[in-house]
Design a protein around this ligand. Structure first.
Ligand code: HAM
Length: 415
């Protein structure tokens, strides 16, 4: 037997209803906010992620599934959804359309991580990107979209926020971090030694205990924010207060991707899923330009669907089941033409139905109809069919009636 690759999961037919439920809720929220769907390829040119997600990120350095295709091009399976959406925005000249451009996607993502519960090598995200709008209203709207989505599933995770400042604030802050960490360089882990050279901000994200101790006393970004950045952030907080969005500021939140400017955020429950966020995002006002497009501010988020399902299961939150099967045809006759034409007529009229394909006995067909929770069974018996009629059984009440074949659709639809 060939096993599934490490860190990946099948979505099995008997749990697909959970995915359908979540995706339907996401689509419903997207409809309310007038956000249209986008789908981009599973693979892109490697360069897109190196320039987009950033050379100093763990994703680009350690986690990408990169290979040469038969034309010797370097190709990467997308590790996240944002870079592809931005590439498409630029390539399809969406900047010529009236702003904002709002898009959502469901996408698989590939990261070569150490697999554990809630951390997979293939995961799926529901993401939203809002192009061409800057300021408090757009920032607040993106947080409203995500919190509305969680709320529709019966969840109220906390929003953890930080402001990474504009390019100028960041420059000053990075200088301060270098001055703070350089004298202690021998006390931090090997990764952080490199981070000090490539992207000192990344050190704040380190989970190594010795590093965490030093990070605790590091200068805070709030000491470097210019008046504009400070005011915008304070405005956002007061809007969030008025909208009753439960947030907390965490000045060490820097996120694992290099493209963010100003607002960054994550969604957490009390303990996280194995100490990992349920979702995250932020503003990235320079990425479109860095990837060759016209300067366009953007804000967005991505929410991992596997983590979401795990979280809902751990909280015993029910997933709505797929629609129940309308009817199962129990046949006492062996007449393919008759059985399949009755089934066809039902399906053509919008009624879902199944019939026996594996030669079950009549008793087993009833058992099976019970097991798959059919609302009705239609019993095809030789004598009834001679009179052009069938027996219709309501599987909940047990009531049985004879129905003329011409009236079958109408009778089922009445109930
Ligand atoms: P991210 O924080 O890397 O952001 O991923 C978003 C979410 O995807 C995480 O919060 C988590 O729920 C899920 N996720 C990430 N990695 C894994 C994994 N290995 N296994 C299972 N779930 C995972 C982004 O990807 C950004 N593109 C989000 C964004 C959109 N920012 C702006 N726009």
């Amino acid at each position: 037997m060939i096993n599934i690759p490490k860190g990946t999961k099948d979505m099995l037919p008997n749990e697909s209803y959970k995915w359908n439920y979540i995706k339907n809720k996401a689509r419903e929220i997207a409809r309310k906010y007038n956000i249209k769907e986008i789908s981009t390829p599973v693979f892109e040119h490697t360069e897109l992620f190196v320039r987009g997600v950033g050379k100093s990120s763990d994703i680009v350095n350690k986690e990408m599934y990169t290979f040469l295709d038969k034309g010797e091009r370097s190709i990467t399976l997308k590790p996240e959804g944002t870079a592809g959406a931005v590439r498409s925005f630029i390539e399809n000249s969406m900047f010529n359309e009236p702003m904002p451009i709002k898009m959502f996607y469901f996408t698989p993502c590939y990261r070569y991580e150490k697999p554990q519960a809630g951390r997979l090598r293939e995961h799926h995200q529901f993401g939203v990107e809002l192009f061409g709008a800057t300021g408090t209203r757009a920032d607040a709207e993106i947080l409203m979209i995500a919190t509305d989505f969680y709320k529709s599933l019966g969840l109220t995770p906390k929003v953890v926020l930080n402001n990474l400042g504009c390019v100028e604030c960041r420059k000053n802050y990075v200088q301060k971090l270098k001055e703070y960490f350089s004298p202690q360089i021998n006390e931090v882990c090997e990764d952080c030694k490199n981070r000090l050279k490539t992207n000192p901000l990344r050190i704040l994200d380190c989970k190594v205990e010795d590093c965490k101790r030093i990070i605790n006393d590091a200068p805070k970004i709030s000491t470097c924010l210019c008046d504009d950045c400070k005011n915008n952030f304070n405005n956002l907080l007061s809007v969030l207060n008025s909208l009753k969005i439960n947030y907390e500021i965490n000045e060490t939140l820097v996120r694992g991707l290099d493209y963010y400017t100003n607002l960054v955020f994550e969604f957490w429950d009390d303990d996280g899923i194995n100490k990992a966020a349920l979702g995250g995002g932020g503003r990235y006002d320079n990425l479109v330009e860095e990837l060759g497009g016209k300067s366009t501010p953007v804000v967005g988020f991505g929410i991992g669907l596997e983590r979401l399902i795990m979280y809902m299961e751990s909280k015993n939150i029910a997933f709505e089941q797929d629609k129940r099967l309308d009817c199962y045809i129990v046949s006492m006759i062996n007449d393919d033409v008759m059985i399949l034409n009755i089934a066809k007529n039902l399906r053509d009229n919008g009624i879902s139905c199944e019939t026996d394909l594996v030669n079950r006995s009549v008793k087993s067909q009833f058992k099976y109809a019970n097991k798959i929770n059919a609302k009705f069974t239609i019993i095809l018996g030789e004598d009834e069919l001679k009179n052009n009629s069938v027996k219709l059984k309501n599987m909940d009440s047990g009531e049985e009636i004879f129905v003329n074949l011409e009236d079958l659709v109408k009778k089922i639809k009445e109930n």
